[in-house]
Design a protein around this ligand. Structure first.
Ligand code: HEM
Length: 476
């Protein structure tokens, strides 16, 4: 009797395993067989080693390096529920980022697509994408950002005044700072109060649903994210209608879109303006794309400075000199913040060393060839940026934090901190402004010490220190 139960179990197990492998080989794109690499186990593919290496201090670099040594610069794998081809190097970057318009599109996860809405900049291509980029270019240009400088400057000073005398989790503080900046810039939200709290609570839920599992049932991150997105859109709707009724005029991003670019209802003549839903989808897109990235950059930068005292000293010299040359101890000025050459190099080196977005995801919109491999329409492609940023021929001793690497201009596609080509980050001026202002006040007024040397990273799309980087702070 026991023997027959064992036999039945063995048969069932064999059936399940065979069905898994059959399903796996049936689902994997046939033409991908010409690409070297390993698709791993059915369903999970190579996700387990990918995720575990993602969280290690070197991140996915070791996952990439091992496969590149075995298969070369182009290899296939199956991670995070996708059959995908990873590519690296100059030619792949040039094709995927700077190639012909319409050759590739962004490849968001299903949940990200649903949360952001169909008209988000991240989901448009060709002319529609170019038009949206033009609309946001002016308010995010260096000149367009000038009107937010005082808010950012005051907020940085007030945030730092709260730091001495307690354990500071740099990541959480940076997150609050960057969210307040973008909330003010987009819709003139005050840094404190009930509206700010609602905005913050909804944003946090949306943000954690962005790359969650695709089950929209009550209680799941995805379901909660869609609900929070609806609440956020209701907040925007009421602000838009207040503004249209002539109340609460503000000189912010929302106002510039309402006045110059929005039409009140769907279905009007297409005069190139945005509908309200396009407007909301794209405001949410800026929030999602700009918040975690800037938070991570600021956190890594403060960590790298503490670990590299000579860099900190040189940076402090730049800022002390700016302060010393200022008349009558007045506050940081707009022209000063735009003239911080060493700070710019420190920011670039932070983005290289941390590689906050380790790969850039695309979907082939047509057949084409890269590095001698035929890529087929519909394939998922990932540009491995970590390997580009750790290329010892371009960045000798790549693990070293050395801003002098940026003393001379680098060759195109060797540094991709803000990406390149049609999808290069439109928020890069804002991110640099926030970081430069914050760092100015930090290094001029304070010294700090790390409480944790844990170098592991959270397994999220944007690379952040797992420990949130706890420090103690004293006035200088
Ligand atoms: C240090 C902070 C930031 C970093 C490291 C960063 C990095 C990047 C990178 C690498 C890309 C291109 C990704 C790709 O090609 O797949 C990108 C795109 C984008 N970024 Fe940023 N970003 C930062 C801050 C911001 C801010 C503050 C905003 C908005 C206010 C923003 C908005 C966007 C948007 C909307 C896109 C998509 C552009 C498009 O598809 O055309 N980013 N960012």
């Amino acid at each position: 009797m026991e023997l027959s139960i064992c036999l039945i179990l063995a048969l069932v197990l064999t059936f399940i395993v065979s069905a898994f492998f059959l399903l796996h080989s049936w689902a994997s794109p046939k033409e991908m067989s010409i690409i070297p690499g390993n698709l791993g186990w059915p369903i999970v593919g190579e996700s387990l080693s990918f995720i575990s290496e993602f969280s290690s201090p070197s991140g996915i670099y070791s996952f990439m390096r091992r496969r590149q040594q075995r298969y070369g610069k182009v290899f296939k794998t199956s991670v995070l529920g996708r059959f995908t081809v990873f590519l690296t190097g100059k030619e792949a970057s040039k094709m995927l980022l700077g190639g012909k318009d319409g050759m590739v599109s962004l490849n968001l996860f299903y949940t990200g697509q649903q949360v952001l809405g169909p008209t988000s900049l991240l989901q448009t291509t060709g002319e529609a994408h170019k038009r949206l980029r033009r609309l946001i270019a002016e308010p995010l240009s260096v000149d367009g950002l000038k009107k937010y400088f005082h808010f950012i400057n005051n907020l940085a000073v007030q945030t730092l005044e709260q730091w001495p005398g307690r354990t500071v989790l740099v990541h959480d503080e940076a997150s609050t700072f960057t969210l307040k900046v973008i909330g003010n810039m987009i819709m003139s939200l005050e840094p404190t109060g009930e509206e700010q709290e609602r905005f913050r609570a909804n944003f946090k839920i949306i943000s954690s649903s962005f790359a969650s599992l695709p089950f929209k049932i009550p209680g799941t991150a995805f379901h909660n994210g869609i609900k929070a997105r609806d609440r956020m859109y209701a907040m925007l709707d009421s602000t838009i209608s207040r503004r249209r009724n002539g109340n609460g005029y503000q000189q912010d991003f929302l106002e510039s879109l309402i006045r110059k670019h929005s039409k009140e209802a769907e279905g009007k003549d297409d005069d190139g303006k945005l509908t309200d839903s396009q407007l909301k989808d794209n405001i949410l897109t800026l929030l999602i794309a700009g918040h975690d990235t800037t938070t991570a950059a600021l956190t890594w930068l403060i960590k790298f400075l503490e670990e590299n005292p000579t860099v900190l000293e040189q940076l402090r010299e730049e800022h002390m000199e700016i302060q010393a040359n200022r008349e009558g101890g007045a506050n940081l000025t707009w022209s000063e913040v735009n003239n911080m050459p060493y700070t710019t190099k420190v920011i670039n080196e932070t983005l290289r060393r941390a590689t906050i977005l380790p790969w850039y995801s695309r979907k082939a919109a047509q057949d084409f060839e890269i590095d001698g491999y035929k890529i087929k329409k519909g394939w998922s492609l990932n540009l491995d940026v970590v390997s580009i940023h750790n290329d010892p021929e371009v960045f000798p001793n790549p693990q070293k934090f050395d801003p002098s690497r940026f003393d001379e201009p680098l060759k195109p596609y060797s540094f991709l901190g803000f990406g390149s080509g049609q999808r290069m980050c439109p928020g890069n001026n804002l991110a640099k402004l926030e970081i430069s202002v914050f760092i100015h006040h930090l290094v001029c007024g304070y010294k700090w010490r790390a409480l944790d040397r844990d170098d592991s990273v959270r397994p999220t799309l944007v690379r952040m220190p797992r420990s949130k980087y706890p420090i103690v702070v004293e006035p200088l």
